[in-house]
Design a protein around this ligand. Structure first.
Ligand SMILES: [Mn+2]
Length: 359
């Protein structure tokens, strides 16, 4: 039985260009903490193989830090360079002194690493530039008596992708036990094609609101003739979350109420919606400052007055609005008022023949 850890898309050294320089530097340091966590996890789980499926380092400095970390890893490390960290003659993969336990694929031609004591072959290839074509084309394992793994950066979803499009039919024909992929930043549950299990863990830590939620790695077990066992292991990098909240009469309270228990380390983007008095977003953000690591507020509320516009009209609209307003005025709490407001929004949309508002 072989135990392995599969990670990808660490993107160490990311620019975080939208942040002020000091904050960007801190986020880069935190990405390195995630890389440290991966190595510590590999050690504590006593895995034999750490499979790193590309887009690991965006700068030479990050690659040097990565090399230092990997020297402390008790597992054999296999790296398949991706589109953000292609293997180039002058690049960090070729020029840094990598520790002895690290193997790096260095050609678009598929190569094999044999781990005799594990009775395991690990295949892989490298991006040599920011795009690559068909690295798996025509591939089949050389020795079916061994456990066969491949580490590869590529796109198994979009067949027209310039980033090594991988057809599931190629995977099915490969004879591999496990294909450890990288590239797609949103993780997938394990998939199968033919007798091959394949998966991608997504980014190891979020870096923006397009990478929300819990991020992590796959911990795997593989034995000859048995299904591959894969468990997702969450890591502890900062989380990005987006949330939409009905502002109501007390937006700060509405936000606090909508949040899960502990968000102190998280980075949030909250969009305030629904009818509201004009908001002072700056004051609100400063009031909530200590709740989050970082908060971005977006005001997409509609003005209260706009909601009740036409109330005096002598038609169906006016009648509807007057009745709803009477209920709204009589409402005992914010929630009932919000239900009224939502009912008005839906009612007006129906009267106007428009799309119902998003909730
Ligand atoms: Mn990537």
């Amino acid at each position: 039985m072989i135990k392995f850890l599969h990670a990808a898309d660490l993107h160490l050294g990311s620019a975080f260009a939208t942040l002020p320089p000091a904050a960007a530097k801190q986020r880069r340091a935190e990405l390195l903490e995630t890389a440290t966590e991966i190595v510590e996890l590999a050690n504590s789980q006593q895995v034999e193989l750490l499979l790193l499926a590309g887009d690991l380092c965006e700068t030479a400095e990050a690659a040097r830090a990565m090399a230092r970390l990997l020297a402390a890893c008790t597992a054999e490390v296999v790296i398949a360079p991706g589109n953000h960290d292609p293997y180039g003659p002058g690049g960090p993969y070729a020029t840094i002194a990598w520790p002895e336990n690290v193997s790096i694929f260095d050609d678009t031609e598929m190569a094999r690493l044999r781990f005799e004591d594990l009775k395991c072959d690990v295949y892989g290839a490298a991006f040599m530039e920011p795009t690559a074509r068909g690295l798996m084309e025509g591939f089949h394992v050389l020795d079916e008596k061994y456990i066969n793994i491949m580490v590869l950066h590529g796109d198994p979803v979009d067949m027209s992708s310039p980033y090594n499009a991988i057809d599931p039919a190629q995977i099915a024909a490969s004879g591999l036990d496990y294909l450890a992929l990288g590239h797609i930043h949103e993780r997938t549950e394990p998939r199968t094609a033919g007798g091959t299990t394949y998966a991608w863990p997504g980014v190891a830590a979020g870096r923006g609101f397009d990478e929300t939620g819990v991020k992590g790695v796959y911990l795997g077990q593989i034995s000859r003739g048995k299904p591959v066992k894969l468990d997702f292991v969450p890591l502890h990098g900062r989380r990005y979350e987006t949330l939409s909240v009905q502002a109501g009469s007390d937006p700060a309270a509405a936000i606090r109420k909508a949040l899960p228990a502990d968000v102190k380390r998280d980075i949030y983007r909250i969009t305030l919606t629904g009818p509201s008095e004009p908001l002072n977003v700056k004051a609100l953000a400063s009031e909530l400052r200590d709740v989050f690591y970082q908060l971005t507020l977006r005001d997409e509320t509609t003005r209260m007055t706009a909601l009740w516009e036409g109330m005096e009209q002598d038609n169906l609209r006016g009648l509807f609005l007057r009745q709803m307003r009477a209920q709204w005025d009589a409402a005992a709490d914010d929630q009932t008022r919000q239900t009224c407001e939502l009912a008005v929004q839906f009612g007006l949309a129906a009267l106007d023949g428009k799309e119902a508002p998003a909730r």
